[in-house]
Design a binder for this molecule. Sequence first.
Ligand SMILES: C[S@@+](CC[C@H](N)C(=O)[O-])C[C@H]1O[C@@H](n2cnc3c(N)ncnc32)[C@H](O)[C@@H]1O
Length: 224
Amino acid sequence: MTDTAPLHSPAAERNRGPILIELQRLLPPHGLALEIAAGTGQHAAHFAAGLPGWEWLPTDADARCLESIAAWCAGLPNVRPARRVDVLSRPWPGVPAQVDAVYCANMLHISPRQAGAALLEESAARLAPHGLLLLYGPYFVAGEPAAPGNLAFDADLRRRDPAWGVRQLADVQALADAAGLALRARIAMPANNLLLVFARAAQAATAVPAPSAAASAPASGPNA
Ligand SMILES: C[S@@+](CC[C@H](N)C(=O)[O-])C[C@H]1O[C@@H](n2cnc3c(N)ncnc32)[C@H](O)[C@@H]1O
């Protein structure tokens, strides 16, 4: 990240379209979404524009991101002012007690495992009974061959910080289980990423529509 607003992520520009298609399919017409680790704000701006019945509350731990988010989301009436939220500082400040969705992309691999645990636990505490937690990013799946790009990405992350790394889906599911959330859908996304959809374990499992054609596009390009 630089300190010049607005920040720009080429990856976010590439993946925001396929992710929005899935959000439009998965989410009901109206609701309040809390975005964790919103980064540049490109996702918030694109999703708020594409989901006009939703209010979007973007957050990030890095104060430099907040200006960038504001710049990307300027003029969008359904985006609330960005707030500084570090998932490890709980309870999360300035966040409504109940939200209809929590969305978080590309944070779990670039933060320690405790950040993932905090995200799952705090999301479970704030999700409405019908709410969804949506996690986007690269994951390793036991019994499935890892994409070479994800292996190289994982090695690079661990070189940068031993506490970082591409997470095992089973590990994320274990954190979710402990928090009372259950994996309802695992959607293959371009460039070897997954969109994971969690709901309260106590909620009856509801049918999730089949992935869109865009989501099953062949994997290519860099991670995230
Ligand atoms: C790779 S960027 C992803 C940004 C955006 N979600 C995207 O996909 O383009 C990772 C983001 O996670 C944020 N982050 C890292 N640790 C965090 C924490 N403990 N709490 C909240 N955000 C965190 C960083 O500030 C950064 O903006």
